[in-house]
Design a protein around this ligand. Structure first.
Ligand code: MN
Length: 290
């Protein structure tokens, strides 16, 4: 099932070029009117229940054209956004070779450097577009497979790891190049684009051989396959969960392949990933750029 969030926090199921409005399925979620709020994403934490209600609603669900809706991040409230740096060998090579990418930072292998976190305030859907905050610096696209964690776990074994995934999305790990920590440069508002929808893991059982490509204004920039990940999805879950608990709604950016490059306001980024779909993201100048 391809589940999306759209327009004014509505819930949808993608069927071909149509979005079926199943917002009423959100009624099965618990309401939270006491402090503190849970640290999990409620939609993902209760996805089985929501899907049961979706199945009941679908036959009569209103239909909208995909082209007419504004797509939000499929997960609204992730507890954390985890990201894998330099997780494709050819990207490691280009990052070490190009001073505009490494900025005198030591580019270490992922086995040594581990994973990092992006601020949840950087999350947005594909229709919101990317707002360039520092136009005087190089701002790069990084197309990545994103796994949505579906259930809580710590020290998850590799062989169990994919059973902890609720679904998969396309991600853009947007990056301002420079000397600062990754977690700062990659956490600018709108620099974690996730979408266009989440394909549930029962429909996309094997994330290990997905072709994907990224174009800027129609020019092919990145073309790769997830089989070339240095640490694959299961390995990343095993690794990350050996440090912190993974919880429903946590997002895992799995790393970008070679071909990263700059974008500027006015550009359009297109990304296509087998098993998920194709989407376009506009790049604009942030109204608060400076
Ligand atoms: Mn990345």
């Amino acid at each position: 099932m391809k589940i999306c969030r759209f327009d004014d926090n509505r819930l949808g199921v993608l069927q071909g070029d149509a979005v079926r409005d199943v917002t009423a399925a959100l009624d099965v979620l618990p309401t939270y009117n006491t402090y503190p709020l849970p640290t999990v994403d409620p939609l993902i934490a209760h996805l089985d229940k929501v899907r049961g209600r979706i199945d009941e609603l679908l036959p009569d669900a209103p239909q909208l054209a995909l082209s007419q809706v504004s797509l939000l991040s499929p997960v609204a409230n992730p507890g954390k956004i985890i990201a894998a740096p330099v997780n494709y060998l050819k990207h490691l090579d280009e990052a070490r070779t190009d001073s505009q990418i490494h900025h005198q930072n030591a580019i270490l292998e992922i086995q040594k450097i581990g994973v990092f976190l992006k601020a949840t305030s950087s999350l947005c859907g594909v229709s919101a577009g990317v707002d360039i905050q520092h136009p005087d610096r190089r701002n790069d696209h990084e197309a990545e497979l994103v796994a949505v964690i579906g259930k809580t776990g710590r020290n998850i074994r590799r062989e169990d790891a994919l059973s902890h995934v609720a679904g998969y999305c396309i991600g853009l790990d947007m990056t301002t190049r420079g000397p600062e920590e990754r977690s700062l440069r990659k956490s600018i508002d709108s620099y974690s684009v996730v979408g266009p929808w989440m394909v549930t893991s029962d429909e996309l059982a094997d994330p290990a051989s997905l072709d994907f490509s990224l174009w800027v204004n129609g020019e092919l920039r990145q073309k790769a396959n997830t089989r070339d990940l240095i640490i694959d999805v299961a390995g990343l879950i095993e690794y990350a969960s050996s440090f912190y608990s993974l919880q429903p709604g946590d997002l895992l950016f799995t790393g970008t392949p070679e071909g990263v490059g700059p974008v500027a306001p006015g550009d359009t980024i297109a990304v296509e990933m087998r098993g998920i779909g194709r989407t376009e993201v506009a790049v604009r100048l942030s109204p608060t750029a400076g």
